[in-house]
Design a protein around this ligand. Structure first.
Ligand SMILES: [Zn+2]
Length: 498
């Protein structure tokens, strides 16, 4: 009898131990979830309904990939699955969801090749083909050196015999998308070189003043369509020109932005607005950086309502690192807000990697990409302590050869540590992505934890306003507008419509 009692109590204790273990495990998982971005948000009853719908579809996608890894799109090149994204219910919900602001986009890379092709049908556009496609609006034959012959593009279409073929060839110069990315882009050198050629091709066409003004209006329209309410756009501020060859000061480019934003917010009062980050090339000498900084200060003086701050752009691995311009940047530190690209690299311990140290020491308000940040535990602490926003652009990092399988993207580390992340899209038009919803989708399903849910998406949207360059009352107003829109989205949400 005694042995039976002992035996039973041993079994019961084993159950006790198991139950205790299970509850400890649950608590640990829950505690860790609370540390993740958005993990301590409490959802309302109505938000829980949205979340249940969203997560049912997310689990379906993730679990299918878990069980069939070779069909998990996000482990392949973005170009291989981008056309299927529209079929995803998770994507469609995300597209409809208010997402706040987009804080890391480059003006000339936003609208895709179809938009650019329409521009080529406008009057007075000349083209000259040598190793590049050179384009220029002009009221007479351009005198710009070119190995080929300058001709009106309309004339070529008239005489070429096969407009469809001509257009298909031309369109290739407005996009990085190819059928065989592994062959065309074996390394970062090839993807960046094509990317830079894209800008060389489109810039002379987009900088025709009337095109530029309309282009940015259309950019805002596209973002609004994706439920973005505010934009911070980076620009090299190229000189705009007229048909007769007149060129303007870059200040006029900034004013053209202001004009487009004013017109847009008048037409669409629910859109909050846009600001400009002056972001010229980093591949220049110190004297040129001094000139850049002078212009940035003029912008701050002349267009303070639209000017947000300063950055340097270009393939970071090719230089120059921020440390090269330390005297110039330190001198400007008190006057300008910095939003530096930093650590957009796979190369640990290199000058590109160390840009993160300089960006943080120079007091950057946000870091562009900060892809290399998880390798720097002290810098991760600094980011949290100084509340520096991290602008993550997942699709850009895959297309520009930093990572293939996005499950290995460092964003999941940022999210797990609850770092102040904002999601953006960099140059979505150049790889034929939509303005930002696809980036949210790939991050949410491909990078974030299986269990990351609506709380994370809400936190990302709130972060995008919190870490924006909007000041004081404006930021409060933007937040209020966002909350109203968010509640409206939740209120009207109908799972069956997806
Ligand atoms: Zn960028």
């Amino acid at each position: 009898m005694l042995s039976l009692i002992l035996h039973l109590s041993l079994i019961l204790c084993a159950f006790c131990d198991l139950a205790e273990y299970k509850s400890k495990r649950d608590k640990l998982i829950e505690d860790e979830y609370r540390l993740t971005l958005g993990g301590n948000i409490n959802l309302t009853e109505k938000e829980i309904i949205v979340n249940n719908c969203l997560m049912q579809y997310k689990f379906h996608e993730v679990d299918y990939g878990f069980n069939n890894p070779k069909y998990f799109n996000f482990s392949h090149h973005y170009f291989s699955y981008r056309e299927k994204i529209g079929q995803s219910k998770v994507y469609r919900i995300i597209k409809d969801m208010p997402k706040g602001a987009a804080l890391h986009v480059h003006d000339m890379g936003i609208l895709g090749p179809d938009y650019l092709m329409n521009i080529t049908y406008m009057n007075n556009l000349y083209v000259c083909l040598d190793k590049n496609v050179n384009l220029k609006f002009s009221n007479k034959t351009p005198q710009i050196p070119c190995e080929g012959q300058w001709q009106l593009i309309s004339k070529i279409r008239e005489t070429c015999g096969n407009v469809t073929k001509f257009d298909a060839e031309l369109r290739k110069h407005f996009s990085l998308v190819v059928d065989n990315p592994d062959v065309v882009y074996p390394s970062i050198t090839e993807s960046w070189s094509t990317f830079m050629n894209y800008f060389i091709t489109v810039a002379p066409m987009l900088t025709y003043r009337p095109i530029w003004e309309q282009y940015f209006y259309d950019v805002l329209y596209k973002f609004r369509e994706n439920n973005i309410m505010y934009l911070e756009v980076r620009s090299i501020l190229p000189k705009l020109y007229e048909l007769d060859g007149t060129e303007y000061d870059p200040l006029i480019t900034a004013k053209a932005y202001r004009k487009a934003v004013t017109r847009f917010t008048k037409d669409y009062p629910d859109f909050f607005g846009a600001k400009l980050i002056y972001a010229p090339s980093r591949q220049v000498d110190k004297v040129t950086v001094e000139e850049y900084i002078k212009l940035a200060k003029r912008l701050k003086e002349d267009v303070p309502d639209i000017f947000a701050g300063f950055d340097l752009v270009g393939q970071e691995d090719l230089g120059n690192p921020l440390i090269e311009f330390l005297p110039q940047l330190t001198a400007a530190k008190g006057d300008l807000n910095f939003f530096f690209h930093a650590g957009e690299t796979d190369w640990y311990g290199t000058s590109t990697d160390e840009n993160l140290f300089d960006a943080i020491l120079l007091g950057a308000k946000r870091l562009g990409h900060a892809y290399a940040l998880p390798k720097h535990p002290l810098l991760m602490k600094e980011v949290l302590k100084n509340d520096i926003g991290i602008e993550v652009n997942v699709i850009s990092n895959t297309v520009l050869s930093l990572v293939r399988d996005v499950r290995n993207h460092p964003l999941n580390i940022f999210l797990a540590h609850g770092l102040p992340v904002v999601l953006s899209s960099d140059d979505p038009g150049a790889w034929e992505a939509d303005p930002i919803s696809e980036d949210f989708y790939v991050a949410f399903v491909g990078v974030a934890s299986r269990s990351s849910d609506l709380r994370m998406l809400k936190a990302l949207a709130l972060n995008s306003l919190k870490y924006s360059a909007l000041g004081g009352q404006n930021k409060n107003d933007a937040n209020k507008k966002f909350i109203t829109r968010w509640n409206d989205f939740v209120e009207k949400f109908n799972c069956a419509s997806y």
